[in-house]
Design a protein around this ligand. Structure first.
Ligand code: IPM
Ligand code: MN
Length: 345
């Protein structure tokens, strides 16, 4: 019989609240013959305050044994900036080689967008997840003096760029429109830009049925707002991908709906699924966070593990639920109940 051995990291702030709803919907959608086992890991701000630890090696090892990880949110204003981000979230992405950071953007019916004319938006950003300026390859000289010099070097390897570009081409080929856009800044970042563009063009030759395009990242932000329908699949580096996916969320109903997967496509390590939003300490504990982004992340998790029908059921339930939303505020729990009810087979 089938089974899913899931690690759960609720984390900080609203992370706790939204993950509970994600699990509720996961339990409701799974067929009876699938045995779901979950183990919760107490990681994040409270743990750090209590013990000073972010992600001890023993827990990293334990997490490795799971089929996948569901994560709520990491970060709290009481912890110095960077401690949990580097010591926990990025540590997981690097240790588990999550080189595909998958961030779909879809404008669901009846969903608010600041864009005039409600264009069709249905694209996915394949953000590189293990390189770029996120590697911690930086330093500072004469720190704290008027002569301080700081560097934060963007690392781009032929191996790292090629594997994510290949993944993006395969994803583009599997979609009806078969279009892939490379987003970079090769008019200024000429070395990394050359590696990305050369790799992109080389792999493109193997995918003659995939239409290709290139945009500088600044121009891409214009098109996200003026012509988002031109995008199908986008591949880009870690930092550009971070920035443009927040913009993508903002034009497709807000960060409350944006799901993501930190994917290790080889299956060597567990992939990790999380809403794009953060811990939102300003509304934490009030039961009013929208759990939809986490629930859509559960759909990505299921698809990754091969449960395509269940993933689609969750996405259809979200679409139907959004179509019926009339602007009345609903609690975190109420949204979770509604979606669990809709997916229950
Ligand atoms: C995200 C976040 C993280 C990132 C932070 C919290 C390290 O902004 O998942 O997009 O920059 O990747
Ligand atoms: Mn971000």
């Amino acid at each position: 019989s089938r089974s899913i051995n899931l690690a759960v990291i609720p984390g900080d702030g609203i992370g706790q609240e939204v993950v509970a709803q994600g699990l509720k919907v996961l339990n409701a959608v799974l067929p009876e013959d699938v045995k779901l086992e979950t183990k919760e890991y107490d990681l994040g701000a409270r743990r750090w305050h209590r013990t000073g630890e972010t992600l001890p090696d023993a827990e990293l090892e334990a997490l490795k044994q799971h089929d996948a990880i569901l994560l709520g949110a990491i970060g709290d204003p009481s912890v110095p900036s960077g401690v949990l981000e580097r010591g926990l979230l990025l540590k997981l992405r690097f240790a588990f080689d999550h080189f595909v950071n998958l961030r779909p953007s879809k404008l669901f019916p009846n969903t608010a967008t600041p864009l005039a004319g409600r264009p069709e938006i249905d694209f996915v950003v394949v953000r590189e997840g293990t390189e770029g300026p996120y590697t911690g390859n930086g330093g500072s000289l004469r720190t704290g003096t008027p002569a301080e010099v700081a560097t934060e070097v963007s690392v781009n390897t032929a191996y790292g760029v090629e594997r994510v570009v290949r993944d993006a081409f395969a994803r583009a080929q599997a979609r009806p429109r078969k279009k892939l856009t490379l987003v970079h800044k090769n008019n200024v970042l000429v070395f990394a830009g050359h590696l990305w563009k050369n790799t992109f063009d080389k792999v493109a030759a193997e995918y003659p049925d995939v239409a290709t395009d290139y945009l500088h990242v600044d121009a891409a932000t214009i098109f996200f707002v003026t012509q988002p329908e031109r995008f199908d699949v986008i591949v880009t580096d870690n930092l550009f991908g971070d920035i443009i996916t927040d913009l993508a969320a903002a034009v497709t109903g807000g960060i409350g709906l944006a799901a993501s997967g930190n994917v290790n496509p080889t299956g060597e390590f567990p992939s990790m699924f999380e809403p794009v939003h953060g811990s939102a300490p300003d509304i934490a504990g009030q039961g009013k966070a929208d759990p939809t982004a986490t629930i859509l992340s559960v759909a990505l998790l299921l698809r990754h593990l091969g449960y395509e029908a269940e993933a689609a059921r969750i996405e259809e339930a979200v679409s139907a639920d959004l179509a019926e939303r009339d602007g009345t505020a609903r609690s975190t729990d109420a949204v979770g109940d509604a979606l669990a009810g809709r997916v229950a087979g």
